[in-house]
Design a protein around this ligand. Structure first.
Ligand code: NAP
Ligand code: ZN
Ligand code: ZN
Length: 360
């Protein structure tokens, strides 16, 4: 007998896309009743990541096609409504958070080393992954409740605004993890490409780690914000003359751009033996002249969110340093408008859904 028929479920309000072109609208989903090791959250806030837009519109169909209806959302903060009898560390009424992962195999080498995002299992992502408990696919945080295994629930440090903390669960960890991995710190010149949801968190972390931070943006109008967020310098990436002045001078560059763009010009900014790390994920092949890599033994790398232990470390770091995302809180009814504004680069710097609005 399949899990679908044996696991008790309950109904929850959500916002879903029914097709790549349908837009987002109210929808009812089923969640499993929490088991002994599960936490049930009443979702308060959910950030809007550009990955939500890519997946709602099936832009990643070549690597992970979208199953519809699709309920996105992986920047989730809520209150614990119920903790199963075996749950340690969370009790009813606590604030808790969920990011991009809701489960993994726990035994493969990646899981054993705290990198559940690379689980060979594979990992169960918060939405659009096969749901191993009740079947179908997982549904994300554009919903009034979420049930998650305690091992994938995170603690929100006291003092952080719950709405401003929500984007830390993806935009935060996706920038924190590569900056830590490539040991960004004082004495280094670090570039952050694209000042959007990820980029503005990258600026905050690189600055907090002591680096000299340069924002590379296509939007001259964001220069003042970049400085306020912590950048020491701003370079307009479409200005070839301005870019040439920085040739061969960067210790590390983090590229957060969501659309196809010129990678060669970024490679040329690196010092010898330095790394350009891509986290932006347009689903189109990127042309590259190998000359820029060869002259300087430079590297291009990628990075995917971060593991659960590192995500908690990042949240705790944010608690200690008072770091949250700069947000615009919107009701669920405005998700489609928020997507369009995000595509125009008109977001300062993360939309966060006030999930209470789903009851209206
Ligand atoms: P976002 O808020 O829309 O920011 C993207 C920024 O990229 C824009 O604000 C803009 O910054 C720049 N940009 C957009 N189009 C551009 C173009 N054609 N040429 C040059 N620059 C352009 O998006 P986000 O939520 O930060 O996500 C960024 C990307 O990272 C998405 O592809 C998303 O799917 C991916 N992502 C990856 C991971 C991971 O684990 N690797 C995790 C989360 C998200 P300026 O105005 O400053 O130029
Ligand atoms: Zn995301
Ligand atoms: Zn695993």
């Amino acid at each position: 007998m399949s899990a679908e028929t044996t696991t008790p479920t309950f109904e929850a309000r959500a916002y879903a896309a029914q097709s790549p072109t349908s837009g987002m609208a109210p929808h009812r989903i089923r969640r499993r009743e929490p088991g002994p090791g599960d936490v049930r959250l009443d979702v308060m806030f959910c950030g809007i990541c550009h990955s939500d837009l890519h997946q709602v519109r099936n832009e990643w169909q070549s690597v992970m096609p979208t199953a519809y209806p699709c309920v996105p959302g992986h920047e989730i903060v809520g209150r614990v409504a119920k903790a199963g009898r075996d749950v340690r560390g969370f009790k009813e009424g606590d604030l808790a958070a969920v990011g991009c992962l809701v489960n993994s195999c726990r035994t493969c080498p990646a899981c054993q080393s705290g990198m559940e995002q690379f689980c060979h299992g594979p990992a169960v992502f918060t939405y659009n992954s096969p749901d191993p408990v009740i079947g179908g696919v997982t549904y994300g945080g554009y919903a009034e409740s979420l049930v998650v295994d305690q091992a994938f629930a995170l603690r929100v440090p006291k003092g952080l605004d719950p709405a401003g903390a929500a984007p830390l669960l993806c935009a935060g960890i996706t920038t924190y993890s590569p900056l830590r991995h490539w040991k960004v710190g004082s004495g280094q010149k670090v570039g952050i490409v694209g000042l959007g949801g990820l980029g503005h968190m990258g600026v905050k972390f690189a600055r907090a780690f002591g680096a000299h931070v340069v924002v590379l943006t296509t939007s001259p109008g964001k220069a003042a914000d970049a400085a306020r967020l912590g950048a020491h310098e701003v370079v307009i990436s479409r200005d070839a003359e301005a870019m040439a002045k920085h040739a061969g001078s960067f210790d590390f560059i983090l590229d957060t751009v969501s659309a196809p763009h010129d990678i060669d010009s970024l490679v040329h900014l690196l010092k010898p033996d330095s790394t350009l790390t891509m986290v932006g994920a347009p689903d189109t092949p990127t042309p590259l002249r190998t000359m820029g890599l060869i002259f300087g033994r430079r590297r291009i790398a990628g990075s995917l969110i971060g593991g659960i232990r590192e995500t908690q470390e990042m949240l705790d770091f944010c608690g200690e340093h008072g770091i949250t995302s700069d947000i615009e809180v919107i009701p669920a009814q405005q998700i489609d408008t928020a997507y369009e504004r995000m595509l125009r680069g008109d977001v300062k710097y993360r939309f966060v859904i006030d999930v209470a609005s789903m009851k209206q």
